[in-house]
Design a protein around this ligand. Structure first.
Ligand code: MN
Length: 128
């Protein structure tokens, strides 16, 4: 990843409760030049989204306090965060999850397990 700062200066909020997924996503995005903000609950994620107005939000679906899709709905209805791209982080095995995520207002999906070689490019593809 060194030298390939394809996401230089982009502020990305990761809302993910699995520490290993969080660590992996954060390390990859920081290597790509991102400013990474981390939340491990939906409530904290919503609070940090409103406070920091990131360029993009990565949203886990299964969170301890609220479904990630419900949290997406909250952020999409807010004036200040409504236009921020939200990409669902979903397990590939979950049936129909991509349709559900798009139906809930997500702008796309990235499947777990995270592909270390493609992740930063996938995120870049969802930035405006
Ligand atoms: Mn989870």
């Amino acid at each position: 990843m060194a030298g390939k700062e394809i996401l230089a200066g982009k502020k990305i909020l990761i809302i993910e409760d699995n520490p290993m997924n969080m660590e992996l996503a954060a390390v990859i995005l920081e290597s790509a030049g991102c400013i990474v903000i981390q939340a491990d609950t939906a409530g904290e994620g919503i609070r940090l989204a409103l406070e920091s107005l990131p360029d993009l939000i990565l949203m886990d679906i299964a969170l301890p306090d609220m479904d990630g899709l419900a949290a997406t709905g909250v952020l999409k209805r807010e004036g200040s965060t409504g236009a921020i791209p939200i990409v669902a982080l979903t397990a590939h095995a979950m049936k129909g999850v991509q349709e559900k995520a798009l139906g809930a207002g997500c702008d796309g999906c990235i499947f777990k397990p995270i592909n270390t070689r493609e992740f930063a490019f996938a995120v870049a593809g969802h930035l405006k």
